[in-house]
Design a protein around this ligand. Sequence first.
Ligand code: GLP
Length: 240
Amino acid sequence: MKIITLNSEIEIGKAVGDRFCALLQKKSAAVLGLATGASPLPTYQHMISRFKAGDVSFAKAHTFNLDEYCDLPAAHSQSYRSFMHAQLFSQVDINPENTHFLDGNAANEALECSRFDALIEHLGGVDLQLLGIGRNGHIGFNEPAETFSQGSYKVKLAPSTLEANSGYFEGEHMPTHALTMGVGAILRAKEIVMVATGAAKAEAVKAMIQGENTPQLPASALQNHPNVTIYLDPAAASLL
Ligand code: GLP
């Protein structure tokens, strides 16, 4: 694991956004693994400004998002599809048909998970995966568990995740389950970048980097990946 501590989330967004742009300049049909939450927002902002400057095109890229809530209409403002549309896709030249999500409303969830995993493989696998980290060490929506998950699957959200994300739903009932890429599938990305900022992530960051490799702290699985860079701000790095 390579650890890079930068002064602010804006600096992190520039560094990580530049990595995505460099990949697209080299490989226009790259497969990008994308994440939601607050952590990736400065990265997406920087990618948008590089696109508007004419430095980079997303026209041939494919994207796969890590996860999606179950039983939430795709058009709901808090669906991850809506989030990605608002925060990135509507502001760059990506082909909407090339933006891939797990369908949290699928009638047959197991089939939907296999479809998604097979499509990633069919397109050659994820070239660069962006990750955030939950306060309990989750990646995607892989919550602490007895074993590391492999392919995509349905997960019951942990109480700390419900608490962390309920604010986004402004008093509305929040989904209790989600479909997520598994840890094993995330680790198949050729390159992984994680962004963690703020003191609320410091304990999970310390456990991920310096703790035991255990499914109780799903992000610790990244210790086994040959090409991971963790971008931290001083608050998230404060316990290292
Ligand atoms: C969410 C997402 C994760 C994200 C994490 C942290 O629940 N499913 O993919 O990395 O929680 O979110 P944030 O960046 O807002 O702290």
